[in-house]
Design a protein around this ligand. Structure first.
Ligand SMILES: [Zn+2]
Length: 113
């Protein structure tokens, strides 16, 4: 499962931050999932519970924010939000869009104690 390794990676980053702050527990983790990342939030929730066992983040709450992707039109340079890969330019209708963001999943915020 794609989400499992991504989630594991995020938890490692979170733990590293927490240790640097001399925290003993992570109470909340907030992540952003781009609309074009192909990552399923439900799968991340599932993976989070499994991967946080015996880590500083065990029992932490997980907040997932799904963000629209951002594309730039190759024809008219308009930037527009994209919910899926088949979305065209909102200004000229072209489908030749460069994806600027929204293909990633990233750690946004965390609360530690
Ligand atoms: Zn356009």
């Amino acid at each position: 499962m794609h989400e499992l390794s991504l989630t594991q990676n995020l938890i490692e980053i979170a733990e590293e931050h927490a240790r640097r702050e001399n925290a003993t527990v992570i109470t909340n983790v907030t992540i952003e999932i781009g609309a074009l990342s192909g990552v399923m939030p439900e799968a991340v929730e599932f993976a989070f519970e499994a991967c946080t066992k015996d880590t500083l983040a065990e029992g932490a709450t997980l907040e997932i924010r799904r963000i629209p992707a951002l594309g730039r039109c190759q024809q008219c340079s308009q930037q527009c939000a994209m919910e899926n890969l088949l979305d065209g330019c909102s200004a000229c209708g072209s489908y030749a869009l460069d994806i600027l963001k929204g293909q990633e999943m990233s750690l946004i915020e965390m609360e530690i104690d």
